[in-house]
Design a protein around this ligand. Structure first.
Ligand code: GLU
Length: 288
């Protein structure tokens, strides 16, 4: 086995759809082609939205796709200690601060750009930051939300295996982002970096809706003094109108497609043809 270590990281908040399937399959292929390891990690941090039945379904779907992994499943919901430790290191580095601004207040702020497909969110206004050093009063993350203070004006660059060189400007394209939620749940940007470091991941393969998150996560890697993995962001599957599937995926859930008798090979072979499938819901799928 080579030194390559990839991962599959489904979030069990709903059924997997064809977009997920293509990304997971790509991650699987890249790990196999590299003769590497592939870790299955269930990103089940959000106790209100994640369900065990979706985890079971995701594992079932992956097996149906012929995707197999060499390690795991690991569950983020069982790894809180690692995230608290990471929080502490970020606090000690002085790069995060407690924030009492709610997501709604931020959304209502005038700085809000339109939500786009690369994970844009409103830029957190610099004047709403907590004073430098405010984090030192805290021994634990609980009870308040925490944000990462981005280095305003710095251009964050990375080379993506599919998309080439990417550049995001801190304070313009990515603002201060949440690393710990007020309800006590570690935020995605912290948990995923903590895990990818702990699991020794050498390449992250995921959907291109997370490109902007990569810029954020690179700041976390640097603050932790860790070497980031390589990146490979896969194109999203779109419908005939060019909209990504994620927003309305029930019609194209793998479960539905399986029940309709498709094999994964067939679906994969259709390539971008899949864009037209599912208009009007599963009933509009061509018979097979
Ligand atoms: N669990 C995340 C998701 O399903 C993906 C995490 C990642 O690949 O970084 O959106």
């Amino acid at each position: 086995m080579s030194a390559y270590r990839g991962r599959l990281a489904p979030t069990p908040t709903g059924e997997l759809h064809l977009g997920h399937a293509r990304t997971f399959h790509a991650a699987f292929r890249r790990a196999m082609d590299a003769d590497g390891a592939l870790v299955l990690r269930i990103d089940d941090l959000d106790p209100l939205r994640c369900r065990a039945e979706y985890t079971r379904q995701a594992i079932d779907d992956l097996r149906w796709m012929g995707v197999h992994w060499t390690e795991g499943p690991y569950f983020q919901s069982q790894r809180t200690e690692i995230y608290v430790d990471t929080w502490r290191r970020l606090r000690d580095a002085g790069v995060i601060y407690p924030s009492h601004v709610s997501r709604k207040e931020l959304r209502d702020a005038a700085h809000a750009p339109h939500e786009d497909e690369e994970g844009a969110e409103p830029i957190f206004p610099a004047e709403w930051r907590a004073p430098i050093g405010a984090e030192r009063a805290y021994e634990a993350p609980w009870g308040v939300a925490w944000r990462f203070r981005v280095p305003d004006g710095e251009v964050i660059r990375f080379d993506d295996a599919k998309r080439g060189m990417q550049a995001y400007t801190a304070g313009v394209d990515v603002g201060d982002f949440v690393v710990w939620r007020k309800d006590g749940v570690p935020a995605y940007e912290l948990a995923v970096v903590a895990d990818d470091i702990a699991m020794g991941i050498t390449e992250v393969v995921r959907g291109e809706d997370l490109l902007r998150s990569t810029a954020r996560q690179l700041l976390v890697y640097r603050a932790l003094g860790a070497t980031p993995p390589a990146w490979c962001h896969e194109p999203l599957v779109r419908d005939a109108q060019g909209r990504r599937l994620a927003k309305r995926y029930q019609a194209l859930s793998l479960k539905t497609l399986r029940e309709r008798g498709y094999t994964f090979e067939e679906l994969l072979a259709r390539g971008d043809d899949m864009a037209g499938v599912g208009e009007g819901g599963a009933a509009a799928l061509p018979d097979v």
